[in-house]
Write a protein that binds this ligand. Structure first.
Ligand SMILES: C[S@@+](CC[C@H](N)C(=O)[O-])C[C@H]1O[C@@H](n2cnc3c(N)ncnc32)[C@H](O)[C@@H]1O
Length: 291
């Protein structure tokens, strides 16, 4: 099967079928496929690559930042799994890139349950085809829009006698490199608040986010490029993220809000040495806890 660009469609290799979900648009760039390009993946098309290459011109280290984001995810998820969290709600999953959240969690907690959510049907099809759980564990994938968190919470897989996540026990909500696609008008406080509200004390939030505080021109030019393609883009400062956590009543855990380049596996009391500059990263990560 080929697309309008003459490229072999992802689905034939991913699941061995020529079926294509009708709502997939290969003619416009999508954030998941651009991110896959930045990470060196193969699941992107000409419009994704064209826009991604324009981003690389204004933010030459964007690929390094994307890889740094994955490393941050790895460390933060592993930290919570080691602390005993065995239920994860991941919104904005992205095209599978190993290790994925469930692989990190189920190394520590083989029986862990993970619910993956993304609004992009390409992501969901890839995820269903490629991501398998441990025998004891469980993974579900649902299509959902973060801007409508009630739709995610109201999904049938979270209801009935065997919901994928048990809201009677702590859950980690992972919002990795997605909240910068949520504008102020979309009301990030309402969105995160709605998702955290049913979760019990001891639940956590892992968040990574593009920030404009270290290289404002580079990040603003990137945001303009996304917006010119109809993709929402909103950088935020670390201070704004802390204010958001405060408004939500969440406790920021050490080491605080740090550029992903400063999140190293051996974070201790010493300020970590960055692997590359804060401006090159321009993406911060944090872990917070619901008291
Ligand atoms: C930059 S990728 C990040 C992927 C992964 N979380 C990571 O950090 O490696 C952003 C993902 O968020 C998804 N996304 C963007 N806006 C969304 C929304 N409103 N609702 C659900 N998913 C969204 C995109 O489809 C994409 O897969």
């Amino acid at each position: 099967m080929t697309t309008g660009n003459g490229e072999t469609a992802w689905l034939s290799t991913a699941v061995g079928t020529s079926w294509t979900p009708p709502e997939i648009d290969f003619t416009k760039p999508q954030t998941a496929r651009m991110y896959d390009y930045f990470l060196g993946g193969k699941d992107h098309y000409a419009p994704d690559r064209e826009t991604a290459r324009q981003v690389e011109k204004v933010w030459p280290t964007v690929s390094q930042a994307a890889r740094g984001n994955r490393l941050f995810m790895n460390m933060a998820v592993e930290r919570l799994a080691k602390a005993g969290i065995d239920q994860f709600l991941d919104v904005g999953t992205g095209i599978p890139t190993s290790p994925n959240v469930h692989q990190i969690v189920q190394r520590e907690q083989p029986g862990a349950h993970i619910l993956y959510t993304d609004h992009d049907p390409v992501v969901l099809a890839h995820a269903r085809a490629l991501m398998n759980s441990t025998e004891q564990g469980r993974i579900d994938y649902i299509q959902g829009d973060l801007r409508r968190p009630e739709g995610i919470l109201g999904h049938p897989c979270l209801a009935g006698p065997e919901p994928v996540l048990d809201f009677g026990r702590p859950v980690a909500l992972t919002l990795l490199a997605i909240m910068h696609f949520i504008t102020h008008e979309d009301d990030p406080e309402r969105i995160i608040g709605t998702l955290m509200d049913p979760l019990p004390s001891g639940s956590h939030l892992i968040l990574s986010h593009i920030t404009d505080e270290y290289a404002p021109e580079q990040v603003e030019a990137t945001a303009r490029l996304y917006r010119s393609q109809g993709l929402p883009a909103q950088a935020r400062t670390g201070k704004q993220l802390v204010e958001l956590l405060d408004a939500l009543g969440l406790e920021l855990l050490p080491p605080g809000v740090l550029p992903v380049s400063r999140w190293t596996p051996d974070i201790s009391d010493e300020p970590p040495t960055p692997l590359y500059t804060d401006a090159e990263a321009s993406l911060v990560g944090l872990i917070a806890r619901k008291p």
